[in-house]
Write a protein that binds this ligand. Sequence first.
Ligand code: 4AD
Ligand code: MG
Length: 468
Amino acid sequence: MRIKEILKLKGENQTIKARGWIRSVRNSKAFSFVVLNDGSCQGTLQVVMNSDMEGYEEASSLLVGSCVEFTGELVASQGKGQNVELQAKGVHIYGKTDENYPLQKKATSLEFLREQAHLRPRTNLFGAVFRLRHQLAMATHQFFHERGFYYLNSPILTAVDAEGAGEMFNVTTFDLEKMAKGSFDKVDYSRDYFGKPTNLCVTGQLEGECFAMGMGSVYTFGPTFRAENSNTPRHLSEFWMIEPEVAFMDLEGNAELAADFVKYLISYAFDHAGDELEALQKYHQFSAKGTNEKYENHLLVLEKVKDSTFERITYSKAIEILQKSGKKFDFSPEWGVELQTEHERYLAEEFFKGPVTVTDYPKDCKAFYMKQNDDGKTVRAMDVLVPGVGEIIGGSQREEDLDKLIKRMDEMGMEKGPLWWYLDLRRFGSAPHSGFGLGFERALRYISGMKNIRDVIPFPRTPKNCDF
Ligand code: 4AD
Ligand code: MG
């Protein structure tokens, strides 16, 4: 039985075994109290050892982090804070720790825990984060499955730069050391593994579009890779993205789907990770103490968003709001320039005080595939911005007109060859369609309230950092 199940029992004196890692040991003359956690839930099991228990001496001298199994009787607890406790009759020690164990009881910083990413799953905080992460992954599949979407695994190895931003990790089997020693003025990709330049995907969207144009409504949920040199609390080099793509859906429908999805995630978190949200809430409250940060009850904020309607404005309106705000930005907001994080956060945090969907961006800010508006200047793009994080969703209605799409690719100096199949979708049975990408870790940051994206992915990859 895992501790999650044990804690649901009433303590009718049944004999059970409990295994886990020791959170703390407290010794008195006749007893020892051990707090045990096994990662199955936020809760811990209190174990009481009598000094006459076999192996008491060794067990009572165990240090934090040791892995043990207790056999004993589960009884109603006399003490405060728990309904049941385990009266230990025997103990088996799986693995001890010593004083070098990095996660001692005293508070450790998140930076330090990032360096101990192999051990942080044992902490109260990261247990909460990663159980929440699990629940939101389940919520994602359930949300789309309930709506008749088909789950699609888009390829990770690809020959296209689907966002046209050139932020790709190359994939090769060339021996770079050997190449460096030779004198090459040109790389002959025909001799590489795939016979052409290849990279890790930055998105699964274009493949998603192929399937939407045959199966109607699909979604991907997979890893994506961006070699952008961004060292910020909201950028990862490897992150997970959820990308629905829907035939016959316009931007309106897209924005509605996006808002419904975010709200569903929040509701699901309340229903399935209530203990975790509460633990996170306490952590944020605790860490705001003694700082200048104003603390807002994170759970109340989410509760409100869950039942709200997301505000919707155009990019042009957003620029107007920013310019009239009287706020001093590092980058002054100007029509034609992509919104900066500080702008996104002002809009969501200060102006709308909640999620806001911004649509119709200048075409030069956005990727080649977005549907062009009649004004010749903007495209049917949408970003969902939320307080604390900024953009968590980027999406658009797609250009379904072959001529317009080709013209745009030419304008942007794009090579059409590698995308012949994408253009075929417009050549044969084209239809209006839309989709978006939700950055899973951005959404997790928002819902967990964690301040750094590196703390919501098991093993973060960022520039100059690929440990573990
Ligand atoms: O806005 P992006 O670049 O859009 C796309 O990739 C589209 N193909 C999506 C689509 O329409 N199907 O990325 C989508 C989302 C962003 O809103 C953000 O949440 C997340 O992916 N994202 C990142 N998350 C973490 N680290 C990064 N470096 C990210 N770049 C984008
Ligand atoms: Mg974007």
